[in-house]
Design a protein. Structure first.
Length: 88
């Protein structure tokens, strides 16, 4: 038997809990399902090669369409009673 399995069996025999009462604090790859990858929610822009490299694919790069703002009449809103957070 491996050390992990024997530790779990010992915990059951002694009546201990396996999972903490308040649950796991953070979700990591060990506690999540099979496809979980920790990150910031950013989409991949390429793929891994079989030699350990990374190839960027042009069709996966995001394209941002920004309209022409030269004739745009609205300006950024700043409140009249705005107080700066710092002093010069």
């Amino acid at each position: 038997m491996s050390g992990v399995v024997s530790g779990i069996l010992n915990a059951f025999a002694r009546g201990r809990r396996i999972v903490p009462r308040k649950g796991w604090k953070t979700l990591d790859a060990k506690r999540a399902k099979k496809g979980y990858v920790k990150g910031k929610g950013v989409k991949s822009v390429g793929k891994h090669t079989k030699y350990g490299g990374y190839t960027i694919l042009a069709h996966k790069i995001p394209r941002y369409i920004v309209p022409d703002l030269n004739s745009f009449e609205l300006k950024p809103y700043v409140a009249r009673n705005f107080k700066p957070f710092f002093k010069n």
